[in-house]
Ligand binder design. Sequence first.
Ligand code: SF4
Length: 196
Amino acid sequence: MVNVTRRGFLKLTGISAVAVASGLGFDLSAAEAKGFALKLEGCTKIPSICHFCSGGCGLLLHIKDGKLVHLEGNPDNPINEGGLCPKAASLEQVAYSPDRPKLPLYRAPGAEDFKEISWDEAIERIAKKTKEVRDKTWKKTDEITTSTGEKKIVPANRAEGIAMIGSAEVDNEESYLLTKFARLIGTPFHEHQARI
Ligand code: SF4
């Protein structure tokens, strides 16, 4: 049996790879770059946000014929400046996963399974429930104790049963609208994890 050292093995395999590539007359790096350029030719670039973690890194989606063909970090995004972590590389699989929910899911009280419902139905249910909870938990007044020890009833006008939470993927303008909405329905319980 021939004794090959680690260093010798790497040298040998490196030389063989170069020999095979150059022997076939290929410049692999140029061919790969050309293939990649062809893949992206005619694509529309759409900026988006990675949904995996609270980092909210910016993505550039390359879309051709309505299909995502490639994604990369968005160099114009101030959070990641074009970089992405390895998790984001699997986003293409998420986009076309058969397990991905495409419609709102609803589980009726007592039911074991979720069923798909339309967006119209989901929005109507949420609106009705919001109104119902708001009416039921509306706090019209508060009792306070003044600095002189006197008890006083003061207006409160609070929706005690509703809280709102944003996310790292809600941008500045969406946060503005969420805040407006929280004030409109009268809830002071409003949290957000701002990143973008
Ligand atoms: S690219 Fe990585 S770090 Fe950035 S949001 Fe996605 S998962 Fe988080």
